[in-house]
Design a protein around this ligand. Sequence first.
Ligand SMILES: NC(=O)c1ccc[n+]([C@@H]2O[C@H](COP(=O)([O-])OP(=O)(O)OC[C@H]3O[C@@H](n4cnc5c(N)ncnc54)[C@H](OP(=O)(O)O)[C@@H]3O)[C@@H](O)[C@H]2O)c1
Length: 436
Amino acid sequence: MMDKGKAINVGLIGCGVVGSGLVELFSENNNNGVNLKKIAVKDSKKPRKVPFNNFTDNADEILEDPGIDIVVELIGGHNPAKEYLVKAIKNGKHVVTANKAVISEHGPELFELARKHNVNIGFEGAVAGGIPIINPLLEQLSLGDITSITGILNGTTNFILTRMGERIDYESALKIAQEKGFAESDPGFDVLGLDAAQKIAILASLAYGRWIKPSEVYCEGIAEIMPIDVDYAKELGYAIKLLATARKINEGEVDVRVHPALISNSHKLSRVNEEFNAIYIQGSPFDEYFNVGKGAGKGPTAFSVYYDIVKIAEMARSETVREIRVNYKDLKIADQDKVSTEGYLRLYLRHVPGSLHSVVGVLANHGWNVKDSIQRSGPRYEMTVDGIKCLPNIITHEPLPFGVIKNTIPDLINIRTEKGKSVHGIPFYMRIHNSH
Ligand SMILES: NC(=O)c1ccc[n+]([C@@H]2O[C@H](COP(=O)([O-])OP(=O)(O)OC[C@H]3O[C@@H](n4cnc5c(N)ncnc54)[C@H](OP(=O)(O)O)[C@@H]3O)[C@@H](O)[C@H]2O)c1
């Protein structure tokens, strides 16, 4: 039986942005007998500005040290991060990580290993940095019946979309994000929605009892959005956000996706701007859970990691193990083509009589019930596509299966009248989020 007053020793692997924030938290707080014993990094000779001096570049000095109770992995990436976590657990150590890549891909294997070795695993920092969501889901919300999770889970894209609302184009907004340190020099992982896909995969897995891999999440990025889309959305009463959603659509079926969407100005998430993240969960009996905060950064993320360490230290002292159960339900991932959605279509139409008429005919043939149609002229809207003067036409519609929408697009591109093609360039489609 572990002595209730026993000191708990922590070994940290990785001392970059989040790791250095964690070291500062340890130095600033009375940690109730939880001590940071050693830090492993890639290059222990590198000068560091953290209030700590026991560094090594041999992670085994932590993983194999019988005096270390909790191993904190903050190096990121798949390997060796996963190998270190596995080794730590096999050596009977509790583990804490903020690594969404490893948790989203290997969560079930790690949870099972932790169960087998009677240790705890914490990963609050892996989703939405400083916003408490993993522990609330594990300990409270998943006891209820979660109907949907909707999140703004990527700060970089939220920052870019906020700038685009100021009529700054996508490329320039991305550059500002990079200059401010909100976007990586290779921003693909964020702007294609892949980062948000890893995060919603983790949340949906914990909510619905079946592990959902990031590759099972339907994903679209934000690079095709133009500032005029943000203006049109405003005019129609919406904001544009990169939404990560998961919802039960039938008994035994979950719809999980990441894509930009129009979201009503009356929805709480529509007002979450800049680099902030937010999570909105609906279910019973709790009804609504909404939380907003910093989704990344040294302080917010380190604080989530620190919380996990403090909590796991308490559990270690009382010899409690929190089992994380996954894959106890047999759930199907919804086929996007069959999921109905309202939406917004932007087409560049040849500016001649009959173009719009020909488009309406094709839409009607595919069963579209149009709600709004907006067409504007003037220098801000006109565009020369394929050497032809075109105007953007915006169409919103009543719910339709996404497969029908996809099948309509080639027919629109192929419209020919006696004046030639009606639609130029590639039409851009975005879903409208309904408040499920
Ligand atoms: N940054 C954020 O805002 C944020 C937010 C949420 C979650 N996270 C997650 O937190 C984790 C850490 O991110 P970060 O931004 O702090 O990373 P980072 O700044 O790149 O730091 C990585 C650290 O890991 C060390 N390292 C790399 N490979 C190693 C190896 N093989 N063995 C030992 N140490 C190694 C590096 O050592 P050197 O210092 O010697 O190079 C460095 O100290 C990632 O999983 C990330 O996804 C980060």
